[in-house]
Design a protein around this ligand. Structure first.
Ligand SMILES: [Fe+2]
Length: 301
């Protein structure tokens, strides 16, 4: 039954008023940040919906896509991180959060393969437990932006093997922890380890994100790289990659993570004495990688 009073107090919710009504519904949210996030999210989503005016089957398809993205996630597979990566959201969030003071190593995406804890290893140890085709030594320092070395910094490392696969993708082929290591810098801020030169690789294409890439004719490849997180006492941790100079796809990374400052030469070395010093075979490839971190409390630039 309708009465006059209902007409007075109940506003029609239509396509013009629904956005404000939803945002107003968050007015009682005591967490101001949550209120801000939800408001911005609703505004952005509604803007996109108004722009494309999806049919109901199209909206059901979108819900199904997100449902399957979630269902594809498990202990070692993170399809939502992958979706965030291929849409450039991970890159955008990293860039916003790392407006570094001059001189700090640029940050880039975490990626979907930091799923397990890296095994602690001693400097000089090999993270290649399988025996890859291109022996490689990686050496570097963790430095503060002032140039001072930082002793006792943790350097978390993970990489694909020389066929482009991470250990978690090949549990029957690679031992858990292959291609991973957690190192601690010595008294002079140095870290060093042996490995194999990683290969470029396709991100997993057998899930919903693969469908998205196929539908948009986008190649799924990432240029060869090693992931690093440098976490130094009194400094802001930096999550980054070092890319292999000359790798295919440096100009077409599927997850928009390449920065020129992060590309390094993995130089061929033919020097038996140096090889012996690093405990590797001769010849080998050598990458020198300094990771520069900013002290906590540095104003953003
Ligand atoms: Fe990676």
């Amino acid at each position: 039954m309708t009465d006059a009073r209902t007409d007075d107090v109940v506003a029609d919710i239509d396509e013009h008023t629904v956005t404000d009504a939803v945002i107003a519904s968050f007015a009682g949210t005591s967490d101001a940040r949550l209120r801000e996030v939800l408001g911005a999210l609703v505004r952005g989503l509604h803007t996109a919906i108004r722009e494309v005016e999806p049919t109901l089957p199209e909206w059901e398809h979108a819900i199904d896509f997100l449902t399957r993205t979630g269902q594809t996630c498990d202990d070692v597979r993170q399809e939502f991180v992958l979706l965030s990566d291929v849409l450039g959201v991970s890159s955008l969030v990293e860039n916003i959060n790392h407006r570094k003071a001059g001189g700090a190593t640029e940050a880039t995406v975490l990626g979907p393969f930091h799923m397990t804890t890296s095994p602690p290893r001693r400097n000089g140890e090999s993270i290649d437990e399988v025996g890859g085709s291109e022996p490689c030594v990686v050496t570097g320092r963790v430095l503060s932006v002032s140039g001072e070395p930082v002793p006792g910094a943790e350097v978390d490392v993970w990489q694909a093997d020389d066929h482009g696969f991470y250990d978690v993708q090949q549990p029957d082929v690679q031992p858990a922890g292959n291609g991973r290591g957690l190192f601690t810098t010595d008294g002079e801020g140095r870290f060093w380890f042996r490995t194999t030169v990683p290969a470029h690789y396709p991100i997993p294409t057998d899930g919903p994100v693969g469908e998205l890439l196929a539908a948009t004719a986008r190649p799924p490849y990432r240029p060869a790289h090693i992931h690093f997180i440098a976490d130094a006492p009194g400094h802001v941790p930096v999550t980054t990659h070092i890319f292999v100079e000359g790798s295919p796809y440096l100009d077409a990374d599927a997850v928009f993570a390449v920065k020129r400052s992060l590309v390094r030469d993995f130089a061929p070395v033919d020097d038996a004495e140096q090889a012996a010093r690093f405990g590797t075979v001769n010849p080998f490839r050598l990458a020198v990688i300094d990771l520069v971190v900013e002290p906590t409390g540095t104003p953003s630039s």
